[in-house]
Structures are given as C-alpha cells and as structure tokens.
Write a protein that binds this ligand. Structure first.
Ligand SMILES: Nc1ncnc2c1ncn2[C@@H]1O[C@H](COP(=O)(O)OP(=O)(O)OP(=O)(O)O)[C@@H](O)[C@H]1O
Ligand SMILES: [Mg+2]
Length: 194
C-alpha cells in the first residue's frame, strides 16, 4: 500500500512498513480506521485501570505504545533505530526520555507548575524526542492525558477533533508545537484546552 503523509507526520522506512500486521489493509483509510480501533481498546485499558503505579518510567512509556499499536505494528512498544526528520538521534532516546520522566515526576512533587503546564511541557518534550517510528503524537497526547488524570485533573481537549487528518485544527496544533520548539509555550497552553 502507499502511505499518505499529512504535514507534521513522520514518514516510515521500508522495514518499518514491513511490520504492518493486518494483511488485508491496502488503503490509508483502512489503516487509519484499524489504528483508531486499536487505540480505542488501549484507552479502555488505560482509563479503566485506576492506578498505574509509577507511570513515569521507560517501561510504561513502551507499554502504552505497545497497547496502542499491538494489533497494527510488529514494532509496537519498541524504540526506533532509524533517523527521522524530527526527534533526537536514536542512540539518545533512552537518556533523553529518562530526563523528561524525571523532570515531570519532580515537577509534580514540587508543584513547580500547574498540572496543565506540567502536562503540555511533558507532551511537547515527548514528541520532540520522538521515541517511536510512528504514533508519537497520539502516544504523547495520551501520556499527557494520563498525567492529568493521575493528578485528578480533566483530560486536555486537544482542539476537540481528531488530529490525525489534515485540518485547520491540526495546523494550529503543529504550529503550537513549533512555537514550543522555540521556547514559547503560550500557543500550546491555549491549544490543549481549546
Ligand atoms: N515541529 C514539531 N515539534 C514538535 N513536535 C512535532 C513537530 N512536528 C510534528 N510534531 C509531532 O509529531 C507528531 C507526528 O509524529 P508521528 O507520525 O510519529 O505521530 P502520529 O501519532 O502517527 O501522528 P499524529 O498524531 O499526528 O497523527 C505530531 O502529531 C506532533 O505531535
Ligand atoms: Mg504518524
């Protein structure tokens, strides 16, 4: 099948594409639907389990990605070993993630920022590292929502529509992340509750 990449999405390498599990899938639309069903199942698991213990660990980051894509990609839950147009060098993923997870845990304990600010900074840094070959946006949005839920706060609204397709809202989201790349978190702060 031929993959269509919307702006801000990460293209896959041939060996990553070879990891597609459902063999009947021939169109991007079918893949999107399949992935969405897989993620819905993962969300059910995620939010019906009241306490995930320490979810700010490398193991949990990988487990959530695994649950979200285990019916879709053979490499679900494993870090990429390819370079992408966004993200750190693949050899630095574990180290960078460890810093991000430690920082978030520290910020929660010390209440350095509001829960919202901890969550959107966490989200931005996760997508900036880009640990996986695909699914980073959706995974990092769910990680941020989990952080909020564990803090007793409501989930972000993320523009109130699917961000997987090209749309004005998706452009706003990607632009807000680009501003955050430059150190200005204000557009992202507004976006996540819009
Ligand atoms: N300039 C940027 N700075 C930080 N993050 C970015 C930037 N551009 C894109 N991103 C993030 O990368 C994600 C795309 O990566 P990937 O394709 O791995 O995730 P995805 O879950 O498949 O995508 P999406 O959620 O967008 O459908 C975007 O959703 C966004 O979160
Ligand atoms: Mg993608």
């Amino acid at each position: 099948m031929k993959f269509e990449y919307i702006p801000g999405a990460t293209p896959l390498d041939p060996d990553e594409i070879a990891g597609l599990m459902p063999l009947h899938i021939t169109t991007q639309g079918q893949l999107n639907e399949w992935e969405a069903a897989n993620i819905l199942k993962a969300e059910g698991w995620l939010f019906s389990t009241f306490n995930h213990g320490n979810f700010l660990t490398i193991d949990f980051v990988r487990l959530l990605h695994k649950k979200m894509f285990e019916d879709t990609w053979k490499w679900a839950g494993t870090f990429r070993n390819t370079g992408k147009n966004i993200g750190v060098d693949s050899s630095k993923i574990t180290t960078e993630l460890r810093n991000i997870l430690e920082d978030a845990a520290y910020q929660i304990i010390k209440q350095t920022y509001s829960a919202d600010e901890i969550a959107y900074r966490f989200h931005h840094r996760l997508v900036w590292v880009h640990p996986f070959a695909n699914g980073n946006g959706r995974h990092a949005r769910l990680m941020a929502d989990l952080l909020l839920a564990q803090a007793g706060e409501t989930r972000f609204t993320w523009g109130k529509q699917k961000l997987e397709a090209e749309s004005l809202v998706r452009t706003q989201y990607i632009n807000a992340l680009r501003e955050a790349d430059k150190g200005d978190y204000r557009p992202l702060a507004v976006f996540v509750r819009s």
